[in-house]
Design a protein around this ligand. Sequence first.
Ligand SMILES: Nc1ncnc2c1ncn2[C@@H]1O[C@H](COP(=O)(O)OP(=O)(O)OP(=O)(O)O)[C@@H](O)[C@H]1O
Ligand SMILES: [Mg+2]
Length: 488
Amino acid sequence: MADTPDPTRPDQTAANDEAREPLPRELLSRTHLALPQGRARDQSRNGPRSAFEKRYLEGEAEPSRDIVGYASIKSRLHARLLDELDEQDMLDTDEERLAAHVRDFTARVLATEDLTLNDDERRNLSDDLMQETVGLGPLAPLMADPAVTDILVNGYNRVYVERFGRLEHTAISFRDNEHLIRIIQRIAASIGRRIDEASPMVDARLRDGSRVNATLPPISIDGATLSIRRFGTRRLTRDDLRRLRMLSDPMLTFLDLAVRGKLNVLISGGTGAGKSTLLGALCESIGQRERIITIEDAAELVLTQQHVVRLETRPPNIEGTGRVGTRELVMNSLRMRPDRIIVGEVRGPEAFDMLQSMNTGHDGGLTTIHANSPRDALSRLETMVLTAGTELPSRAIREQMTSALQLVVHVRRFEDGVRRIGAISEITGMEGDTPQLQEIFGYKYRGTPGGPRTITGSFATAGIVPRCVETLRERGINVPIELFHNTD
Ligand SMILES: Nc1ncnc2c1ncn2[C@@H]1O[C@H](COP(=O)(O)OP(=O)(O)OP(=O)(O)O)[C@@H](O)[C@H]1O
Ligand SMILES: [Mg+2]
């Protein structure tokens, strides 16, 4: 428990985030690394920066000394390269000229600057920079900005980004719809996929792990669209989430113990609420010796344990065959001697197999589900089980759910842009035909005195000792009762 907060300290038991201080610098510098400077970046945005972002950017003018190594040197050079290309109006020229410039830039830098790179790194630098620069057109500066977590192109002249949890319109624009389509096709081609009128949608993972989705007209009525969920720049750890105030210390301690004690946990929330991020952070609590099988549509989870087998679903090929879905992977994973099965997101019939595995001794399952509340999560799960075609009566499905799952953790992106755990609820059984949920922790929302972006409220406990404490105790895990004391 060395790295978990001390639950017995009274000032932590009902963490109040009313007086929100600026976020800790070291958190930002570690998760965002060095930011690109200069014109390419500044042109990409409109409007004033938030105060804390400004402070961060100013403080970060000199790259922080504790960031060393190839990745950071490359990212700084990349930023300079983009500035140069931007100054010479070359960001979107043809690939050959661009590639020549990148080679020239790399040679110049390697010859004139004293960079702490080894021979391999020197050889790779040009190729790596090329890969990150060529083919993205006007999006290159956005992809190079580690603070950008999402890029949303709603049409050739409407490009939005999310930075620091806020969506902003940018000044970036493609020349026309054709131009945007060309860039989309290049991105798709770079990962071996095709997008055209015959198959006008693509959903894939870029080499760096970012998730990309694109649609072409006539599917998207107002022109081509593109959304990129950036990945790798900002993998938030459990500790980051605590400092970003996604949850209170007692909540974190409780979840840590629940995962270690192999309770089955369902994380629910809306699109982009932070479900996958929380899932990844909770996985940190899994023991080093456990054999973990992860099943995802586009592999996002990065686990540090040793025994990890990552499985990824496969879409059908152009002839419509060869599809491998989550359900098949869940069934297969049961034959792989897993200690834990982690399903990135349940969306369909795999819900049935997952619940069955949990009910037959595969404990410690973690997954996420798209839902608006913990109760909604259960009813959606039931609907998903129905799609498995087992023709179980509703009541049997609900019984299966309530015996398989112990906790539902609901995450929400609040109006102030902060993602918080809105509730941790325990599934306590059935009453009549209805599964019973009991809230253990929740976020008590008080209001928005200074406008919608200034939510006040605090995390609180319901003051109830959950039943799973007994289950955990039987598994040798003692949950401090103080966690559930209400200090309000
Ligand atoms: N507590 C947090 N504070 C700030 N940013 C966060 C937090 N949690 C997640 N994010 C960021 O929010 C974005 C969405 O997170 P994530 O992918 O986890 O959401 P999701 O609910 O799984 O989305 P989807 O419905 O698309 O699967 C990511 O860029 C992530 O880095
Ligand atoms: Mg997700």
